[in-house]
Design a protein around this ligand. Structure first.
Ligand SMILES: [Zn+2]
Ligand SMILES: [Zn+2]
Length: 348
């Protein structure tokens, strides 16, 4: 049988001491006398455990910040923690903690308390927002044409969605300013809090619209010894879009999938597909918009031709089927160029 080297008592020992001698005068956890908790006066977020977070109840913010401030002796492991905050006045909350610890094989419960003092401040994001801060400029333009309003809104929606998706990982990410240009060709200018997200958005647009991206960086200032750059991304959208008809190498083509470096074309007469580099596509000329294609009802179909009715003047006429033509429904897409009509090789 072991005995306590201090009081001589028989029984189990912990580092050669009986339970009461081992625990005598010992406290394994502690809290500061008071805890300052910062809240942003603009966005109401709290700075909890070094991170700005949205918390619905003041009590909960106090409890979470106190939990982050509990100091536990290395000899002890935490079994459980109970925290309860109670309002003294608007800016001061009393917070009580009960903490269950295991030391050696002993289970110990301790009670702590502290005062949380709420302090008003302005968080870094709100500081930046109010200072119209930006690191990245995104300029979206169209080549050789005015940016259609529908396209403009589609791109703006896409930009907002991308920024919102990335906000989840970066609290300080925001759009500082977004303008719809009223110049002859129109376009979109966006000021962004981060140039990284500007790069991400411009790549996304390049991929989606076969756009060309130009990036230029300019040193604006030094902040805490670090160089601060403002980066401008110019995204130039091609004149054509998916589903348009272009004249490429003097032949009519339907525009298919757009990628950041290539565009797929399908020859209207031969149905042949070809991948064209976007650099070569600058020579392509748009001769028809997807919106302008006619949707004609089929009246009759033979092996080589379909007979359709013009949706505008209800005249009927025959169209030669391009190779591998397959119709999807009772109507077909028809492209009118000068006085001639062409059946699109790809329908649907
Ligand atoms: Zn003892
Ligand atoms: Zn804030």
């Amino acid at each position: 049988m072991s005995f306590c080297v201090k009081c001589g008592a028989d029984g189990p020992t912990y580092r050669s001491l009986c339970e009461s001698c081992f625990l005598e005068g010992k406290i394994f956890s502690s809290l500061p006398d008071h805890v300052d908790l910062f809240q942003c006066v603009h966005c109401d977020d709290y700075l909890i455990d070094g991170k700005w977070s949205k918390v619905a109840r003041r009590e909960e913010s106090a409890e979470r910040e106190v939990e982050a401030n509990i100091d536990v002796n290395k000899e002890a492991t935490v079994r459980n923690v109970g925290i309860h905050a109670e309002r003294i006045d608007d800016n001061n909350y009393q917070v009580g903690v009960t903490i269950g610890l295991t030391v050696e094989t002993l289970e110990i419960d301790e009670a702590l308390d502290t005062i949380v003092r709420f302090k008003n401040t302005s968080c870094p994001r709100c500081n930046k927002l109010m200072g119209n801060y930006y690191e990245g400029t995104l300029q979206v333009r169209t080549r050789d044409r005015k940016m259609p309003e529908g396209l403009q809104e589609e791109i703006i929606e896409r930009i907002y969605k991308l920024v919102n998706d990335h906000k989840k990982n970066d609290r300080e990410l925001f759009i500082s300013k977004l303008s719809r240009l009223t110049t002859t060709h129109g376009g979109i200018d966006v000021l962004l809090s981060s140039s990284t997200v500007g790069r991400m958005i411009s790549r996304d647009l390049a991929d989606q619209y076969a756009a060309e991206v130009q990036e230029t960086a300019k040193l604006v200032t030094q902040k805490e010894g670090k160089d601060m750059y403002r980066v401008t991304f110019v995204v130039r959208l091609p004149a054509y879009r998916f589903g348009d008809i272009v004249l490429y190498e003097k032949k009519m083509h339907l525009v298919g999938a757009l990628r950041s470096t290539t565009t797929k074309l399908t020859n209207l007469k031969t149905s042949q597909g070809v991948m064209v580099s976007n650099a070569d596509m600058t020579s392509a000329k748009v001769i028809g918009r997807k919106e302008d294609l006619l949707e004609a009802v089929i009246l009759n179909e033979t092996d080589h031709e379909v007979q359709v009715m013009h949706p505008g003047n209800f005249k009927t006429f025959d169209l030669k089927k391009p190779p591998k033509f397959e119709r999807k429904g009772d109507t077909v897409k028809v492209f009118q160029y000068d006085e001639e009509f062409f059946l699109l090789p790809l329908q649907g």
